[in-house]
Write a protein that binds this ligand. Structure first.
Ligand code: TYD
Ligand code: MG
Length: 446
């Protein structure tokens, strides 16, 4: 057997190098290369027999049966439920609610007397039991949930195969370790080797496995990012710690669309589905307020309403401040420049603060027009009527450009009682609200 050789591996992107360097040559991360040992497998293997090639016409196509989790928003994000034998990764920052969501799934399956195996290297059986007790309504349900307090991946796999649960949960992938790799749990090679083992077990025995992975604010230290290509489905649970809502997004799905989004609210009884997300992103004010404009955004295939607020005040010292919460500051600067140049607004001596109500982060250009309207409304101290919604992309010449899914946005707005929309000029199919279609910012009458 060949001698093990030294290798250096980037803990961020997994790139390997024979020499140490201060900076990763692949992802340019500083100080991310760590020493690893290659297993010394000989590279020159003897010739192998050829693999079988089958025409697709001879392969039977089958409908994929799915296991509904009982949580509508989660099923929607998964594309209709869990596919047996699939490996699902739920990523998110620590404390965002991954374990809570999975405990709820286990409890819902238990209500139908389905067995779930819960392997945790993070929490003790008592801790998980306390959570289950808090979340469940019936005490008998927990008899169908098996706890495995183990961090060895091979042992967890063996336990999954032996107990044949309907669903297995491994919380989290950073705490388990496989015998195949020498490094400590949480390192890139360990995370990869353990995922590989779980993938084998899931595929071979048709048991779906959900693994959780922590993503840190700074980046992806030994992060789930490196696993994305190995697993079937990748979901990310996101949210702002100061707000109670959580968004579950599909990043990759071999069994469904990636344009899905689930909205939850963290409550005393765990995560609660929010079926009408517009409610939580609209402030409850009933009066017309200067600087406050409602817009419609798309998250995946869902439209929901958000409120954009701008505050302008005279700069007393130095350069004017431009701050944005939930919106790209560079884009805000650009829109302010467009407003100054194309509408002749004197914003050069104004501090401008922009806020998206509810802590939502927007990165689509469709809110440009609403941001412009909010700034003008705030600057002139004239409110836009409360039943107006505004959306459209704004170009550098002050032109208002059409955007995608305009019909769906209008439908959502009208559903929530909005009667008037200021939007780009385009053809809309039978709009249910009055439209003011504009082509340039000049037509915006505030
Ligand atoms: P948790 O699921 O442990 O997060 P993760 O597994 O992603 O690290 O969730 C932790 C947070 O959720 C914690 O701050 C407490 C809160 N929480 C509730 O607000 N209500 C609940 O019913 C539960 C179980 C947790
Ligand atoms: Mg957890």
């Amino acid at each position: 057997m060949a001698k093990p050789t030294l290798l250096f591996e980037c803990s961020q992107c997994g790139a390997q190098s024979p020499k140490w360097a201060g900076r990763c040559f692949e992802c340019s991360g500083w100080g991310t290369l760590v020493q690893t040992v290659s297993d010394g497998t000989p590279v020159n293997l003897p010739p192998m027999p050829s693999a079988d090639a089958t025409p697709f016409s001879e392969i039977q196509s089958t409908d994929i049966p799915r296991v509904p989790t009982g949580i509508g928003e989660l099923d929607q994000v998964l594309g209709g439920g869990i596919v047996p034998g699939s490996l699902i990764l739920i990523g998110g920052e620590p404390g965002i609610g991954k374990s809570t969501l999975l405990a709820q799934v286990a409890l819902l399956l238990a209500q139908d007397k389905h067995r779930t195996l819960y392997a945790s290297g993070e929490e003790s059986g008592q801790q998980i039991k306390m959570r289950l007790d808090r979340l469940s309504t019936s005490k008998e349900d927990t008899q169908h949930i098996l706890y495995v307090g183990e961090t060895n991946t091979e042992k967890i796999c063996a336990s999954i195969i032996e107990n044949k649960p309907l669903l297995a949960i491994v919380d989290s992938i950073q705490t388990v370790h496989s015998n195949d790799v020498l490094q400590e749990a949480g390192s890139i090679s360990q995370v990869r080797a353990s995922t590989m083992k779980l993938l084998e077990a899931a595929k071979k025995h048709h048991i779906p496995i959900i693994i959780t992975g922590h993503v840190t604010k700074e980046g992806m230290v030994a992060g789930p990012k490196t696993l994305e290509h190995m697993v079937d489905t990748v979901l990310y649970l996101e949210g702002d710690n100061q707000y109670h809502f959580r968004l579950l997004k599909t990043v990759k799905n071999r069994f469904g669309s990636t344009n899905e989004l689930g909205v939850f609210e963290m409550t005393e009884q765990g995560l609660r589905e929010v079926t009408n997300p517009s409610d939580i992103f609209l402030s409850e004010n009933t009066k017309d307020l200067p600087g406050s404009v409602t817009s419609v955004i798309m998250e995946g295939s869902r439209a929901f309403l958000v409120q954009v607020q701008a505050l302008t005040s005279k700069t007393f010292f130095g350069y004017p401040q431009r701050r944005a919460v939930g919106f790209d500051t560079n884009r805000l600067q650009l829109l302010i420049a467009v407003l100054s140049k194309r509408l002749g607004l004197n914003l050069g001596d104004q501090d401008i603060h922009l806020n998206i109500v509810g802590g939502f982060k927007i990165n689509e250009p469709a809110v440009d027009l609403a941001v412009c309207a909010a700034i003008i409304s705030g600057y002139k101290n004239i409110a836009l009527p409360r039943d107006h919604v505004v959306f459209g992309e704004v170009g550098l010449n002050g032109e208002v450009r059409p955007i995608s899914h305009a019909d769906r946005r209008l439908k959502e707005a009208s559903k929530l009682g909005f009667t008037y929309a200021i939007c780009p000029k385009a053809s809309y199919s039978s709009p249910s609200i009055t439209l003011q279609q504009i082509q340039t910012l000049k037509e915006l009458e505030i």
